[in-house]
Design a protein around this ligand. Structure first.
Ligand SMILES: Nc1nc2c(ncn2[C@@H]2O[C@H](COP(=O)(O)OP(=O)(O)OP(=O)(O)O)[C@@H](O)[C@H]2O)c(=O)[nH]1
Length: 542
């Protein structure tokens, strides 16, 4: 019998022994807006003792608030070389004052566009780029001409985002495409995620780099339902995005032209999604719905033309751009040490190797030496590019491209973490985590074979120990050493990395406890192509 089938059989047997499972009491706690964002003290000047304080947990993050993460453990702040600390302090002053001016005018944020395959995500983004003046007439005409030549004229807007030959031939997004545009009060980086189930790891990588999400759903008969049923990507993407910390979401109900701009269909879709969104941890005040027609550009920036008129007979609310313009900007954690998970690597035209990623915390500047983890290698930042412009420094929350020199490119891998050599991220092959188990059909038992996702990295792992089941409301231990974890349980577990196929030794990955750095402490667990749990890192065991 194959190991997965054996594991499934064993789990089901154990589950049948009902006494082994402590069922959590009470429903999950709903999100409440946080008043106090986590703040780790700024790096002080040399000689000043570093104040230590317990991290404050952002209760907006409902998915994880159910894990009851408030901890009295002090945040770990590594010692820094005094000279460097001084330079950093000066830089931080400059960063703060520059950001204060920039953000007065336009606040910056990143959005990931998610949803079931063919919902119209790339079309929506391509058309939006055009409406907002970020795609010129020449590019538009070229995309129309070339997509028509290839017999794919309905994808002409999507070609603005789907740039590779394979993506264009197959008519699907495979990797994350990044673009930028501005609304009157927001400077937005947009990450177009693939909708196909096969490319979920890329979708996870995109969502881990974003502050907010747009879920695009297809209003055509049966199409919305296909994305929303069990195994549908609208459903899975919503859960994944929330588990990765995304709390604000816009639901773009697309292709309403296919149903003659029927208000009843729009209301039906909103009505089906609302309870699921709440159940998945999205606060209703952070969830907005908007009817759109991506292909015709209806209700993106304006509501004009015949289709616009039909929509206006029953809808007078905001356009998509109005909603984007009102999104809350994230808090930038610039005072914590620099952390950049690498999401892509390429050879550019200039010298050096180019890496892309999101600066999760801290500040990075040109000329700075960075450590690449795992491994012993360092490199020097030669160029920082943000939205195709070269900048001297970038602050937390920025999606950037770095050119690294003085580094052997072989040492750079997707999923590696860049950090300061003086403040490195711990490496782990084993750690404890608090997790929430999704609506799984096969329960989890000790030794369960899984895939662990951390930013752009996925590695083989196992749930090596079931430490305790937890009450989802209070976080209190319900049962220690449970024999099985059933669906919707909250639990503390030990996760141990397994050796990859071609090796006998597990390779460590760089991650941090959630209490030290939230963005570095989130994990997702998948099994046989299904996401089975999400959680946060508690303790690195080694
Ligand atoms: N009728 C109609 N068709 C649309 C609309 N928006 C998109 N489409 C069509 O839907 C198909 C899929 O569009 P894409 O933009 O590639 O969908 P996607 O969600 O990006 O696809 P993946 O990234 O591969 O999941 C294309 O044929 C589009 O022309 C719309 O508003 N109305």
């Amino acid at each position: 019998m194959p190991p997965a089938a054996r594991e499934r059989e064993k789990a089901q047997k154990l589950l049948a022994q009902k006494s082994a499972i402590a069922t959590p009491k009470g429903g999950s706690k709903r999100a409440t807006p946080a008043q106090t964002p986590t703040r780790i003290p700024a790096t002080p000047k040399a000689g000043t003792p570093i104040p230590r304080q317990a991290p404050v947990i952002d209760q907006r993050e409902l998915d994880l608030s159910a894990l009851n993460l408030v901890s009295n453990e002090p945040a770990k702040v590594d010692e820094v070389v005094p000279k460097e600390a001084f330079a950093k302090e000066k830089l931080l002053e400059e960063v703060r004052s520059t950001l204060a001016v920039q953000e007065k005018d336009k606040k910056a944020l990143s959005i990931v566009v998610i949803g079931h395959v063919d919902a119209g995500k790339s079309t929506l983004m391509g058309r939006l780029l055009y409406e907002l003046g970020r795609m010129d007439e020449r590019t538009k005409t070229a995309n129309e001409r070339n997509s028509s030549k290839a017999g794919k004229s309905s994808f002409s807007w999507a070609w603005g985002l789907d740039g590779t030959t394979e993506e264009r031939e197959r008519g699907i997004t495979m990797d994350i495409a990044q673009q930028a545009f501005s609304t009157p009060h927001r400077a937005i980086t947009v990450l177009d995620a693939p909708g196909h189930k096969e490319f979920i790891p890329n979708m996870i990588s995109g969502a881990a780099q974003a502050d907010c999400a747009i879920l695009v759903v297809d209003a055509a008969p049966n199409e919305f339902e296909a994305g929303f049923e069990r195994g549908g990507q609208s459903r899975e993407h919503l859960i994944l995005a929330r588990s990765l910390g995304i709390a604000q979401i816009i639901i773009a109900v697309n292709k309403l032209d296919q149903v003659g701009w029927d208000s009843a269909r729009y209301e039906e879709i909103c009505g089906l999604l609302r309870p699921f969104l709440v159940q998945s941890g999205y606060h209703p005040s952070k969830t907005k719905f908007v009817p759109v027609g991506a292909m015709q550009g209806v209700n993106l920036a304006v509501r004009e033309g015949e289709d616009g008129k039909m929509l206006s007979t029953w809808y007078s609310g905001p356009t998509l751009v109005d909603l984007l313009d009102a999104l809350d900007a994230p808090t930038r954690d610039i005072a914590s040490p620099m952390r950049i998970p690498i999401s892509n690597i390429f050879k550019g035209q200039g010298s050096g190797t180019y890496v892309t990623g999101r600066l999760l915390s801290g500040v990075v500047q040109v000329g700075e030496r960075v450590r690449i983890l795992p491994g012993d290698e360092t490199g020097v930042v030669k160029v920082i590019e943000v939205e195709d412009e070269s900048v001297p420094w970038a602050a937390a929350g920025t999606n950037l491209t770095l050119s690294l020199v003085s580094v052997d490119p072989i040492q750079l891998n997707i999923g590696s973490i860049l950090c300061p050599p003086t403040n490195v991220v711990p490496l782990a092959v084993s750690f404890t985590a608090r997790i929430i188990i999704f609506n799984i059909q096969v329960p989890i038992i000790t030794g369960a074979v899984v895939e662990l996702f951390h930013h752009s990295q996925d590695v083989p792992a196992s749930i090596s120990k079931l430490i305790a089941t937890l009450d989802r409301s209070s976080g209190k231990v319900l049962k220690t050493n449970p024999r099985v974890l059933a669906k919707s349980t909250s639990a503390e577990v030990q996760i141990t990395l397994r050796p990859p196929n071609n090796s006998t030794v597990a390779r460590p990955i760089a991650l941090e406890p959630y209490a030290v750095n939230k963005a570095m402490g989130r994990i997702l667990i998948r099994r046989e192509g299904e996401t089975i749990a999400a959680g946060v890192v508690m303790t690195i065991l080694g």
